[in-house]
Design a protein around this ligand. Structure first.
Ligand SMILES: Nc1ncnc2c1ncn2[C@@H]1O[C@H](COP(=O)(O)OP(=O)(O)OP(=O)(O)O)[C@@H](O)[C@H]1O
Length: 445
């Protein structure tokens, strides 16, 4: 029993958390119960007085406030944290009215880090962190995952840059966190930066910082991620998206261990280990002149390949059950296991979105299943999956087609028109192909 359980400390999430939010809290040691207005109506999960409510006001705010009101009646004085978005303030006055009573409001795009920090600020015993048992975070027992875990243990203490390759959702960031936690740097910061999500004009400033007046709008000095992670690890996700000028500066960090803030000509020593990840072929990017060759060789000293889920024989059912157990406790769902046809469908499916997609499908199934056993329909999977016959040439073609579509959808930020333009096909064709490959856009994101 964790300290969180013994003191009644838990999170009651009002709304429906994304799978990343859900598992992010569970991994941080928080027992997480969900009151989803779309599913439970106004039914409240059973929680102790030490509970903290996280009220998701980004969508269906009024329904969430109704549940919060009920919870505050049964647990007067319960601390709650509000997650608000662009539309929250404009909503019903009853929603606006409740905001001043929040322990804290997190405004803007969801950030798990900010939520975890806000939860830690609520007075009371924090839960025991579970992040320290890093190797077991990579749930799985397949030969591929066991070999990977061995390599993570081997590479963690080595002070060299490392490149993690693998398809989307295979767990690259998880592996990077495990490498950090198993290294001598574990007590220092771990900074995860998605290079693909940074606006091109802000990349340098985000990574290396800037001086006051360095450019229009730089009204104060800003410390970049490399400086604030001094002594720790910097994880650069989607490294292939880093603009060329930032690549040059990154090379200097790797060669000389120094950075310069924008607008300054002083070098600052930084001691960070750089881990980078890519889901695109960096060798190809080098050949096309989009990625510096010298940087590629610097980063590619050690390499970890994250196996796609379809290669992890035996792990699919294990992971599915692992996620279902967590969702069952959180949602109080009836579903306990998977029917034999659901297991067959899980194993036959090709999982283009890998573990992330599996989590999403299991979450959805756990929420909607009426029975103790989850069916293929609950998972939105057909029993006759197109990937059933994996070794044939036809299957290889199907796989390549599916991968091309997933990559393109991702590169187009899941905008169908943009994806159709890039693939030079009609939007209808993109929809048809998504259907053919059972690509559910909301499960891949
Ligand atoms: N072995 C695993 N056990 C439990 N959860 C996992 C495992 N592998 C991945 N996950 C979960 O799957 C989700 C995707 O993982 P992660 O973000 O690490 O993938 P990624 O390869 O970095 O994805 P992307 O390329 O899209 O950034 C996360 O919520 C992560 O917690």
């Amino acid at each position: 029993m964790s300290r969180g359980e013994s003191t009644g400390r838990c999170v009651v999430w009002i709304g429906r958390p994304s799978v990343e939010e859900h598992f992010g809290l569970i991994r941080a040691g928080w027992r997480t119960l969900v009151a989803d207005p779309a599913r439970n109506g106004t039914e409240l999960p059973e929680c102790g007085d030490g509970a903290i409510a996280v009220v998701d006001l980004r969508t269906k705010a009024q329904a969430a406030v109704r549940i919060l009101d009920d919870l505050r009646q049964t647990h007067p004085g319960i601390a709650w944290i509000g997650l608000t978005g662009a539309h929250t303030q404009a909503a019903d006055p009853s929603v606006r009215h409740v905001l001043p009573h929040a322990f804290e409001i997190i405004d803007g795009p969801s950030s798990l880090g900010a939520l975890r920090q806000a939860l830690a600020r609520v007075p009371g015993d924090p839960p025991l962190p579970r992040d320290d048992d890093a190797p077991s975070l990579l749930t799985g027992n397949s030969p591929a995952i066991r070999a990977l875990s061995q390599n993570i243990r081997k590479f963690a203490p080595v002070e060299l840059p490392l490149l993690i390759t693998g398809e989307t959702g295979t767990g690259k960031e998880m592996a990077a966190r495990a490498l950090h936690q198993l290294s001598a740097r574990h007590a220092k910061p771990f900074a995860a930066i998605n290079c693909g999500a940074l606006p091109a004009n802000l990349v340098q400033s985000e990574l290396f910082g800037h001086e006051r007046g360095a450019f229009t709008g730089a009204t104060a000095r800003r410390i970049g991620h490399f400086e604030s992670a001094d002594g720790g690890t910097v994880f650069l996700d989607e490294i292939g998206d880093l603009p060329l000028d930032a690549q040059t500066n990154l090379l200097r960090v790797l060669q000389e261990g120094t950075i310069e803030r924008i607008g300054s000509c002083h070098s600052i020593k930084v001691d960070v280990r750089v881990l980078a990840a890519t889901h695109v072929d960096l060798e190809k990017a080098v050949m096309q002149g989009r990625f510096r060759e010298d940087l590629f060789y610097r980063l590619n000293v050690l390499r970890l390949r994250m196996p796609p889920l379809r290669e992890r024989t035996g792990d699919i059912e294990l992971l599915a059950q692992h996620f279902l157990d967590a969702f069952r406790e959180s949602y109080g769902t009836r579903a306990r296991a998977f029917s034999s046809s659901a297991r067959k469908a899980l194993n036959a499916f090709s999982w283009p979105g890998n573990v992330r997609e599996l989590m999403n499908r299991v979450q959805r199934a756990a929420v909607i299943a009426d029975d103790a056993l989850i069916t293929p329909e609950d998972l939105e999977l057909s029993v006759d999956s197109p990937a059933g016959d994996r070794d044939s040439l036809g299957s290889a073609r199907t796989s390549a087609e599916r991968e091309a579509i997933v990559d393109c959808l991702r590169a187009s930020a899941f905008n169908i028109s943009e994806c159709a333009r890039r693939l030079r096909v009609s939007r209808v064709t993109v929809y048809r192909l998504c259907k053919k490959h059972q690509l559910a856009l909301d499960q891949l994101r």
